[in-house]
Design a protein around this ligand. Structure first.
Ligand code: G3H
Ligand code: ZN
Length: 284
């Protein structure tokens, strides 16, 4: 069923695992990720960036595609449709009214008081509709669609606690050294802060930039209260590799099903691998 992230993440925190957020770009991503979740018996979060929402034709199209694929595939595991890095109250409101079950309001680039004000407004509307809310503090490095960072800023634990208390969010993404896209060398995650923020807020935490984080760091993050891990780039790498191989092997090929089909399997296998790393398999 379609659900918010609230219960999913509470269960993950209590159970010592993390639920994956996998970003979607088109029908094949939706099919692949939902198939992976069903086979693994894992809860799953479908992440939709504003750019991906535009690409698919709007938030309403996204919800219609996801719900009809769930029906067609007989999905039984819990699924959340989540706006990733929502840039404004208006974007969050659009997603909520279109039927998203979860939103992220990313006002992390704004001054703290503005972040609190915008996030509070989103929480009020979202909770009225039974929709969960993720907020962010600090700066995740790298780039994802419209979200471009010019550096990495670690979240301040005191501010995290205050943001949580004043807004009533369901989950928090404190930026602690993670990066969107590939890492230069090994990531340097602020585990001390993560532990502190997890304990001070009592909330399940979110780790952005899940691509390229070694398993030992994933496990450490989960042990410090991380209950949601976002993965985008890894699935795109695996998908595109197959498209390139298939097209390179046959310069006459023009049937999209012949390159998008096998690449869909690559997405599915990539997602299954992550679910096993995050420990969410057999938790639905
Ligand atoms: O919001 C989405 C993620 O943080 C994805 O990060 O592309 O590095 O896996 P990634
Ligand atoms: Zn992110």
């Amino acid at each position: 069923p379609l659900v918010s992230m609230t219960q999913m993440l509470q269960d993950a925190k209590a159970g010592g695992y993390a639920v994956g957020q996998f970003n979607i770009n088109n029908l094949e991503y939706i099919q692949a990720i939902l198939q992976a979740a069903e086979e693994e018996k894992s809860p799953v979060i479908l992440g939709v960036s504003e750019g991906a929402g535009r690409y698919m034709g709007g938030y309403g199209v996204v919800v219609a595609m996801v719900t009809s694929v769930m029906e067609a595939q007989g999905t039984t595991v819990p699924v959340a449709i989540h706006l990733d890095h929502g840039s404004s109250f208006e974007q969050c409101a659009k997603a909520i009214h279109a039927g998203f079950t979860s939103v992220m309001i990313d006002a992390s680039h704004d001054p703290f008081e503005e972040n609190v004000a915008t996030t509070s407004k989103v929480v009020e509307l979202a909770h009225f509709h039974g929709v969960s809310v993720e907020a962010e503090l600090g700066t995740v490095g790298g780039q994802e669609d419209d979200v471009i960072a010019d550096g990495v800023i670690y979240a301040d634990p005191k501010e995290c606690q205050e943001l949580v208390e004043r807004t009533g969010i369901d989950t928090l993404a404190p930026a602690l050294g993670s990066v969107h896209g590939p890492y230069q060398g090994e990531p340097n995650l602020g585990f001390k802060e993560m532990e502190e923020i997890g304990a001070a807020t009592g909330l399940p935490l979110v780790l952005h930039g899940g691509t390229g984080i070694p398993l030992k760091d994933i496990q450490k993050a989960i042990s410090f209260g991380t209950s949601k891990i976002n993965v985008n780039t890894e699935n795109q790498i695996q998908q595109t590799k197959v498209v390139r191989e298939v097209l390179a092997a046959d310069s006459e090929m023009i049937d999209p099903r012949k390159y998008l089909g096998p690449s869909r399997d690559a997405i599915k296998n990539s997602v299954i691998g992550k679910m096993r790393e995050f420990g969410s398999s057999n938790k639905a």
